[in-house]
Design a protein around this ligand. Structure first.
Ligand SMILES: NC(=O)c1ccc[n+]([C@@H]2O[C@H](COP(=O)([O-])OP(=O)(O)OC[C@H]3O[C@@H](n4cnc5c(N)ncnc54)[C@H](O)[C@@H]3O)[C@@H](O)[C@H]2O)c1
Length: 256
């Protein structure tokens, strides 16, 4: 039973988090579970998803894994059909999974641009289409939260051209989704993290980091639960009239 205040209680709400097998997605899943949500951990990494599910269950939460590859439309369509059949319609979709590799602009390969767009922008579009269709059919409203990046708005480190463009596309998708889904009682909002130390951030390929994003933010380094708190707000009953908004969580990095 959740001890959350009523405005932030997600008791029994089915919540689907892509990339929930690692990093920020793990933190989002735990925060939502602590607010009472039932979790579906969607990831292409089966072992990581299983670890995340096991950890949630050991802490007394309800969780299951969904294995899919966001870059593969057939995989997304099949996995969503299967999860809808087995679990019903999610209340919340968090489009969190993303790639973070860097490539300097003058060296950019179109294949890298396409790979980044496929996972970071096209993947969330496919997930939104599949899950929002079910939300509309169910007629009970719902929530979508997209995890973008502050690098879509402010200079961070060099080499983020394809990445930042994919997150810019995700922000534009958020606006269009909010516009087309509001009549169905579905809100769509975005969270823009600054730097967070995660497996993906540490393993990102590319040139040495250079730029304002290297500086330590005034409030310290964000952790996954800092991003998760913003997701919880957008997912919560308290935010029922909040849509088409974005919230940057960057520990004050934009002030330096
Ligand atoms: N870490 C940061 O500093 C930071 C900053 C700003 C924004 N973000 C964004 O936050 C989100 C999470 O980042 P993170 O640092 O936790 O990443 P991460 O790499 O640590 O974890 C991402 C998870 O997504 C999964 N994933 C990757 N590609 C997938 C695919 N094609 N299909 C299904 N699952 C896939 C991975 O297996 C992994 O479990 C990303 O969208 C990222 O762009 C991160």
């Amino acid at each position: 039973m959740s001890g959350a205040s009523p405005g932030f209680d997600l008791h029994g709400k089915l919540s689907l988090v892509t990339g929930g097998g690692g990093g920020i997605g793990c933190g989002i899943a735990l925060t939502l579970a602590q607010a009472g949500a039932r979790l579906l951990i969607a990831d292409r990494d089966e072992a990581a998803a299983a670890r995340s599910v096991e950890s949630l269950r050991q802490q007394g939460h309800e969780a299951d894994a969904v294995i899919l590859d966001l870059a593969d439309e057939a995989s997304v369509v099949a996995a969503c059909a299967d999860l809808l059949r087995r679990h019903g319609t999610p209340w919340l979709l968090v489009n969190n999974a993303g790639l973070q590799d860097r490539e300097l602009l003058l060296d950019t390969r179109s294949s890298e641009w396409d790979r980044m767009m496929a996972v970071n922008a096209r993947g969330p579009m496919l997930m939104t289409r599949e899950i929002a269709r079910a939300m509309v059919d169910a007629g009970s409203g719902g929530r979508i939260v997209n995890i973008a990046s502050n690098s879509a708005r402010v200079p961070s480190v060099k080499g983020l051209g394809s990445y930042a463009a994919s997150k810019g596309a995700l922000l534009a998708l958020s606006l269009s989704s909010a516009f087309e889904l509001v009549e169905h009682g579905i809100t769509v909002n975005s969270v823009l993290p600054g730097g967070v130390i995660t497996p993906g951030a540490m393993a990102a390929r590319g040139p040495a980091t250079e730029g304002p994003g290297r500086r330590k933010p005034p409030l310290g380094m964000c952790e996954p639960q800092d991003i998760a708190a913003a997701v919880l707000f957008f997912a919560s009953p308290a935010a029922r009239y909040v849509t088409n908004q974005s919230l940057t969580v960057d520990a004050g990095a934009s002030l330096t």
